[in-house]
Design a protein. Structure first.
Length: 80
């Protein structure tokens, strides 16, 4: 996984809005890099439990919690 941007977590903390982590995998075979054609296949989407930003002291702590949740729904080879 690539690093997360900090802006959405700043907004979630300021607004008190929960973060809903979503894990998506399988799409890498549907539209391969450099291809213009969509191939048939399956995409997997996992919606995780909401995470309350008020439970975290810093934005970085919230980001770590969301990243951990997203990673938990991905295959092992995609988690790094």
């Amino acid at each position: 996984m690539l690093p997360f941007k900090k802006g959405p977590f700043f907004l979630a903390m300021a607004a008190g809005a929960p973060c809903i982590p979503v894990s998506i995998y399988g799409t890498e075979t549907l539209l391969p890099k450099g291809s213009r054609h969509i191939h048939p296949g399956q995409a997997h989407i996992v919606f995780h439990d909401p995470i309350d930003p008020a439970a975290f002291a810093t934005r970085d702590d919230l980001m770590r919690a969301v990243r951990t949740a997203v990673a938990s729904g991905l295959p092992e080879w995609m988690r790094t």
